[in-house]
Design a protein around this ligand. Structure first.
Ligand SMILES: NC(=O)c1ccc[n+]([C@@H]2O[C@H](COP(=O)([O-])OP(=O)(O)OC[C@H]3O[C@@H](n4cnc5c(N)ncnc54)[C@H](OP(=O)(O)O)[C@@H]3O)[C@@H](O)[C@H]2O)c1
Length: 401
């Protein structure tokens, strides 16, 4: 439902974050093709106000009600006509609006679930960065996409790369029907790929969030250091491409130039390469099936010189192993994995547990888990809550010890 054939009306969920900023940068390069109709954030109203003044969206959603009131006051004083909606449900309301053509799912964590699901139910074009949505409620979400005819475009760089390496009709043919032998998800290995294992308990949040190649939000940067991010992406890949875990391999590639690969039964391996800049997958997914400029410079392979690959070591990255376990168990296990990880990451960032305790907390939650089938969103939310409580108990046990 594009209101004016030439202009796509965008809703950017998480507009103040790293994905949001990259999306607005691409959109601003093509005002003839994209209009920013709505923005959504949690509480960073300083940045949101600047974005409202620059893009004049019709709507802004702010999850924190007090911050929403303050933004409303400031925008009125600025003479900016943007309508501000406040509260937990505001982003979901915007995602369901008829006038929205395309929803960029760039909220971090479980908070993005309801608005992204609403976009799927309403048949929008969805640019999905918020992988936690698929990890928590993958089957429900994919079913909503199928029922409504939504167009789901992955913008996680790895999944966007896989999408680009698959034939356009892979969804109807399936991976085997399309001649795919396996999918290779690349991973940088994060900042501790070569650190001595005995140093890992002592690393600080600042060191853990300093990604060697990508500039991203704190949670995904930290998840990259533990490789839980690759675990979440493994689950994401299985859902997006209807793959079984055995069809997806993870390979370390420290330069982050090959964003992922698809291997075919005839021995061909197709890869997508590019500079590590999220504007490339975002521009690809916005313009697909066409191509548009993203502001990303050309890839200089001669300057890069070499591309290395190695197998991940699960002793260094136990979170990756936990994600494989959750995927094999199925049901609510992936929602529990995600929830436990969110708690453990927050506790590490607050310096209450050590880096190596993150996997310990998630592992304890999975050990105690009795996985249930996912029939409804309530099942997912109940599993999420239970796992958060279990993770907090595991943290208490660790910090008391
Ligand atoms: N950054 C990347 O390069 C990248 C790459 C691939 C995938 N992803 C995925 O994209 C998602 C976003 O990552 P990011 O790095 O952009 O995170 P980020 O920089 O931390 O930004 C998070 C965004 O979510 C908003 N937010 C948080 N809680 C919210 C809530 N309850 N309601 C509404 N908005 C809320 C934040 O608003 P405030 O600013 O107001 O707090 C902010 O706009 C994650 O799922 C991540 O895994 C990111």
């Amino acid at each position: 439902m594009v209101a004016d054939d030439a202009v796509m009306q965008l809703l950017v969920l998480g507009s103040t974050g790293s994905i949001g900023l990259s999306t607005l940068d691409v959109a601003a390069r093509h005002p003839d093709r994209y209009r920013v109709l709505g923005l959504a954030a949690h509480s960073n109203i300083g940045r949101l106000r600047d974005q409202c003044l620059r893009f004049s969206p019709r709507y802004a959603a702010v999850a924190d009600p007090a911050a929403a009131d303050e933004l409303r006051r400031q925008l009125a004083a600025d003479g900016c006509p943007t309508e501000v909606l406040g509260g937990d449900d505001a982003a979901r309301e915007l995602a369901a609006l008829d006038e929205v053509d395309c929803v960029v799912a760039g909220i971090v964590g479980a908070a993005g679930l309801r608005p992204t699901l609403a976009a799927a139910e309403q048949g929008k074009r969805i640019l999905l960065a918020n992988k936690e949505v698929l990890v928590m409620a993958g089957a429900l979400f994919m079913e909503a996409v199928r029922r409504s005819g939504a167009l789901l475009m992955p913008i996680d760089s790895e999944h966007n790369a896989i999408f680009q390496c698959l034939p356009d009709d892979f969804a109807t043919r399936g991976l085997a029907g399309a001649g795919v032998r396996r999918v290779l998800l690349t991973a940088s290995g994060g900042p501790f790929r070569e650190a001595p294992l005995e140093r890992l308990p002592e690393v600080t949040p600042e060191e853990a969030c300093a990604h060697p190649n990508w500039s991203m939000g704190r949670k995904i940067s930290l998840d990259s250091a533990t490789m839980m991010n690759k675990g979440l992406e493994l689950i994401e890949a299985c859902l997006l491409f209807d793959a079984v875990p055995e069809q997806v391999d993870v390979v370390l590639h420290p330069q982050s130039i090959v964003h992922s690969m698809v291997e075919y039964v005839d021995g061909s391996v197709l890869a997508q390469l590019g500079n590590p800049d999220m504007r490339t997958p975002i521009a690809h997914a916005l313009a697909w099936p066409e191509r548009t400029t993203a502001g990303v410079g050309p890839l200089d392979l001669v300057k890069i010189g070499r591309l290395d690959f190695e197998a991940p070591d699960l002793r260094r990255y136990p979170c990756l192993g936990l994600a494989y376990d959750a995927l094999r168990v199925g049901g609510t296990a992936c929602a529990a994995l995600n929830a436990a990880n969110e708690i453990a990451v927050a506790e590490f960032l607050a310096r209450r547990i050590r880096f190596t305790d993150i996997a310990r907390v998630v592992g304890r939650v999975l050990e105690r888990l009795s996985s249930q089938p996912v029939r409804s969103l309530d099942d997912v939310l109940a599993a999420d809550q239970l796992a958060r409580n279990d993770a907090r108990s595991a943290v208490r046990a660790l910090t008391a010890a």
